[in-house]
Design a protein around this ligand. Structure first.
Ligand code: CTP
Length: 407
C-alpha cells in the first residue's frame, strides 16, 4: 500500500506496542516518506530514541525542555513541516491529554500547535479502551476531525482478550493513504541555487579556493525542494550531501558554475549562495609548478572571474526573484546595499563574517535587504534561515488578491 504523503511526524507514546512503530517506520522509509519522530517519556520506557533514529535517519525528539531539541527544530516547526501527524501507538494518557488540550510535553505541544491532519492509532488494554472516559475522549477527537484508526480485537500483551490491540502496519499505511497530499506552495516553480566554494586551478595539484562549507546554500536548496520547487543545485566541492529531491550539478570553477547556472534557466527563483572565487590564475600550468623553475619567490597573475549573480541579473531570461548573499567584514549594511544595486538582484542576505567563523558554523546572522527595506533576522541555524528565506519567497510569489488592505 503506497502512501500519498511525503513526510510525517510520528509520535510514539507509552504502550507495549511501541516496538511495532519501528516496523511502520521501516515501511514508510521504503516508500521514501520522511519520518520525524517524538518519543514520549512513556514511549521511551519501551523503546529507545536510538532505535527510532536509526530507522528514521533523523533525530528523535524526546523532551520539550531539552535546549538542544528546541534549538535544532522548535516544536512549532516540527509539527508543521510534516504533511501529517501520526500518533502510533496512542496510549489512553496521550488521548486524554489531546482531548483536553493539555500541553505539558513536546508531543502534546506539537499536537496542539499543528495545522496538519492528525491520525491517532490507539493501543491499550481492552478495559482501558472501553472505559467511558476513553470513549468520551475518542468521541471528542473525532468531533475535532481527528482520524482514529480503530484498535483491533484479539489476545493482548497483558494476557487478556478484547479490543485494544494496535492496528497492524498495512491498516496504518492505508489510513495515511486516505490523506490528501498537500498542494505544495512552490509546486510548478523552478529554482536554481549556487552553493559551496569554487576551486580555481593553478596547476594539476594546486588551486585557489575558500572555506565555504556549502551548508547555507544546500539548506536553501533543501527547503525550496520541500516547498515543492523543482531545484537545480549548482555546487562547488563540499562535504554536504545532496538534499532529497534536488538535482545536483557538481562544478569546480567559477566559469563552470556560470555555464551551469545559465543552462538551468529559465528559472523563477535563483539564490546565489556560492562563495565564488573572485579571481583565477591567468595561466593554468599543465605540469606541477616546481621550485626549481620558479626560484625562491613565486608570483601569479590573477584575472577576474565572471560574476554569476550579476550575469543572472542582466540575463535575457532573468529569474523573476533573484537573491544574493553578501559576506562583509565591515560596514555590512552599507556595502550590502551597494551590492544589491550593482548586482541587480531583488534581495540580498547580508552577513557579518568579521568573526571569521561563519563558513563552518551552523548559526548565521543575516539582514534581508531589498530595494525598499532592511530587516534583521534573529540569529538562527543555517537551516532555520533557509526556511525563513523560503517562507518569504512563498509569500512574495503567491498570487496577490485584489484586496491590499492587509498587505
Ligand atoms: N557572486 C557570484 N559570482 C562571483 C562573486 C560573487 O555569483 N564571481 C555572488 C555570491 O554568490 C553572492 C554575491 O555575489 O551571492 C556576493 O558575494 P560576495 O563575495 O559578498 O561579494 P563580491 O561580489 O565577491 O564582492 P567583494 O568580495 O568585493 O565584497
Amino acid at each position: 500500500m503506497r502512501t500519498n504523503i511525503r513526510s510525517i511526524l510520528l509520535i510514539i507514546s507509552g504502550s507495549v506496542a511501541a516496538y511495532k512503530s519501528l516496523e511502520l517506520i521501516r515501511r514508510l522509509r521504503e516508500q521514501d516518506v520522511q519520518v520525524h519522530s517524538i518519543l514520549t517519556a512513556g514511549g521511551a520506557e519501551f523503546i529507545t530514541p536510538l532505535a527510532v533514529s536509526s530507522l528514521t535517519g533523523t533525530p528523535t525528539y524526546t523532551d520539550l525542555f531539552s535546549l538542544r531539541d528546541e534549538v535544532d527544530m522548535g516544536h512549532i516547526r516540527l509539527s508543521r513541516e510534516a504533511d501529517a501527524v501520526l500518533v502510533a501507538p496512542a496510549s489512553a494518557d496521550i488521548i486524554a491529554k489531546l482531548a483536553n488540550g493539555m500541553a505539558n510535553d513536546l508531543a502534546t505541544t506539537a499536537l496542539l500547535a499543528t495545522d496538519k491532519p492528525v491520525i491517532v492509532a490507539p493501543a491499550m488494554n481492552h478495559r482501558m479502551w472501553e472505559h467511558a472516559s476513553t470513549q468520551r475522549n475518542i468521541a471528542t477527537l473525532r468531533a475535532q476531525g481527528i482520524h482514529i484508526v480503530e484498535p483491533e480485537s484479539g489476545d493482548m500483551a497483558c494476557g487478556e482478550t478484547g479490543k485494544g490491540r494496535f492496528a497492524d502496519t498495512p491498516t496504518l499505511l492505508a489510513a495515511l493513504n486516505g490523506i490528501e497530499p498537500p498542494s505544495l506552495p512552490l509546486a510548478g516553480k523552478k529554482a536554481l541555487v549556487t552553493s559551496g566554494p569554487t576551486y580555481e586551478p593553478v596547476d594539476p595539484v594546486r588551486f585557489i579556493g575558500n572555506r565555504s562549507s556549502g551548508k547555507q546554500g544546500h539548506a536553501i536548496a533543501a527547503a525550496l525542494a520541500q516547498a515543492g520547487a523543482e531545484v537545480t543545485l549548482i555546487t562547488g566541492p563540499t562535504h554536504e550531501p545532496t538534499p532529497a529531491g534536488v538535482v545536483p550539478v557538481h562544478v569546480q570553477t567559477a566559469e563552470d558554475m556560470l555555464a551551469a547556472a545559465e543552462e538551468a534557466l529559465p528559472a523563477d527563483i535563483a539564490v546565489c549562495a556560492a562563495a565564488v572565487s573572485d579571481w583565477r590564475p591567468d595561466v593554468v600550468s599543465a605540469q606541477k609548478i616546481k621550485k626549481i623553475d620558479t626560484g625562491e619567490e613565486f608570483s601569479m597573475n590573477l584575472i577576474p572571474n565572471p560574476d554569476i549573480l550579476k550575469a543572472l541579473g542582466q540575463h535575457a531570461q532573468r529569474p523573476s526573484l533573484l537573491i544574493g548573499f553578501a559576506a562583509e567584514t565591515n560596514d555590512v549594511l552599507e556595502h550590502a546595499k551597494q551590492k544589491l544595486a550593482s548586482k541587480g538582484c531583488d534581495w540580498l542576505l547580508a552577513n557579518d563574517v568579521s568573526g571569521g567563523q561563519v563558513f563552518s558554523e551552523d548559526n548565521n546572522t543575516v539582514w534581508r535587504i531589498t530595494r525598499q527595506s532592511t530587516d534583521a533576522w534573529p540569529t538562527a541555524s543555517k537551516r532555520a534561515i533557509a526556511q525563513k528565506l523560503v517562507d518569504e519567497i512563498i509569500f512574495t510569489l503567491q498570487p496577490k488578491t485584489q484586496d491590499t488592505h492587509h498587505g
